[in-house]
Design a protein around this ligand. Sequence first.
Ligand code: RRO
Length: 314
Amino acid sequence: MLNILPNLTTTLAGKALQSCLMNASGVFCTEKDELLQLVNASSGAVVTKSCTLEYRAGNPSPRYADIPFGSINSMGLPNNGIQYYLNFIDEVEKQSDKLVILSIAGLSHQENIELLKIANQSNALQLIELNLSCPNIAGKPQTGYDFVASRDLLQKAFEVCQKPIGVKLPPYFDMVHFDEMASVLNDFPIAYICCVNSIGNGLVIDKNTDATIIKPKNGFGGVGGLYIKPTALANVNKFYELLPHVDIVGCGGVQNGQDAYEHILCGASMIQIGTTLWQQGISCFARIENELLQILQQKGYTSIKEFKGKLGRI
Ligand code: RRO
């Protein structure tokens, strides 16, 4: 019998990629040396840390902590400003065909529009991830939880920017909210959606001190890792049903090949790795890739499209 070796190739926003694994925005992608390592890693694409118009130092430390089944962070959008990342994308384009996605997270709608206008001028930039879901800026709600504001921002975004735009969504927890967000997204030519950002405003206590484990926002921060896998899978799967023509990037709780496999079963075309990349470093891509390939081989699949979205129901 002919035994065809499986591969993890995929497409995202019409672009062919060698692997369906990549980093999640925010992890190991703020500085140029980190981004370069990601460009050279065994991953299908790279996304930058979400950026603002100017450099931001972010929130005071400690602002990230590993916790038993994941992580909590309140980084506060530390980044080097949009031009730093556009310069990096220009440089990479000359040496590599790895897709580098620019993540944008303005602190206001006006700032997002300015960022999109600047991004639109870049020759090398191919794809933008508009972050509608940063949970860690004091006094700023997550745009993705305000359906009217999301529509308004997307309306303006597609007026000023002709480049493909994907959106990073917060997790939703109510069927009505899935429907409402899907009906907003359906009205725009969204390149992809990424589900999910961290679950906002969790609280973790240090048992030795009886105090919060991170400092900003009185200890409240976005929760990532295994804690959020069921929520991430539910969001991927619900939006796969509601937006059948939009590529979905799954993000949340991917520690191994089985987790990645489950995201694809739920409908993901691509998988982002956040907390595991933070905890284990860049070698996690090769390990998870091998584990996922083994699962495909065991199940007799040769490509991810053979089982994407084929979640069974009982
Ligand atoms: O920088 C952050 O605090 C941060 C961002 Br922008 C985000 O989108 N998600 C997150 O967990 N942290």
